[in-house]
Ligand binder design. Structure first.
Ligand code: SF4
Length: 210
């Protein structure tokens, strides 16, 4: 199995699904949704290259992690590698899986966009599908806009009490050196504030080096 091309990872958040989770954001997405919260991760360019088993170990190094969330970028374009990640993770401990995709589930099943899609879908507990439509962003739930659907593919998290579609949104801001990461599905207003804050940090860093 080849290496994954990863935009970012985070170990330990409560902003992207039930319980304490680790997140993988893949690099590269064929869609260009207006208002995408991670435009830097749309280009299909080399980012961090990592082997699936090593990534799984990294994501579960914290023993309190209960689940993984795959986002991006477009996870279905790296489905084979991500399947290896969740399988390796589940060999370490029982781990739930939430996965975002810009594709509709029907399309993924009928005409998979790459290798490993059926295998990844077989591992996913909750799939959140569809493109982000800013005009339909109602600031509710884990999906970015009301057209996106929540599929309980395994049924495992259907009775968890976690409201994927109607809950108040939460987001976390993680700062690491000169980089800042916005974790979660934020209300649009928070995204604007975050982008402005990151720009100020960048400018002050540039000024500091001048
Ligand atoms: S599918 Fe997701 S990552 Fe891709 S452009 Fe749309 S919002 Fe951004």
């Amino acid at each position: 199995m080849g290496a994954l091309n990863i935009a970012a990872t985070w170990v330990g958040t409560r902003a992207l699904g039930p319980g304490r989770r680790s997140v993988v954001w893949v690099q590269g997405c064929p869609f260009h949704c207006a208002g995408c919260m991670s435009p830097d991760w749309i280009p299909d360019v080399p980012a961090r290259s990592v082997e699936p088993a090593a990534l799984a170990a990294e994501l579960l190094a914290d023993p309190t992690i209960e689940g993984l969330t795959f986002s991006g970028g477009e996870p279905m374009h790296q489905a084979a590698g991500l399947t290896e990640v969740i399988r390796a993770a589940r060999r370490i401990r029982d781990t739930t899986l939430v996965c975002f995709t810009g594709y509709r589930l029907e399309r993924l099943r009928r005409r998979p966009p790459g290798p490993g899609v059926a295998e990844l879908l077989a591992e996913v507990d909750v799939l959140i599908d569809g493109l982000y439509v800013a005009a339909l962003d109602d600031s509710r739930g884990l999906r970015g806009s009301a057209n996106q659907r929540v599929h309980h593919l395994s049924g495992r998290m259907a009775e968890s009490g976690y409201d994927f579609t109607g809950r108040d949104r939460t987001a976390e801001i993680a700062a690491d050196g000169h980089e800042a990461l916005l974790i979660g599905v934020p209300p649009p207003a928070l995204l604007t504030v975050f982008d402005a804050a990151v720009e100020r940090i960048r400018q002050s860093h540039i000024g500091g080096r001048a």
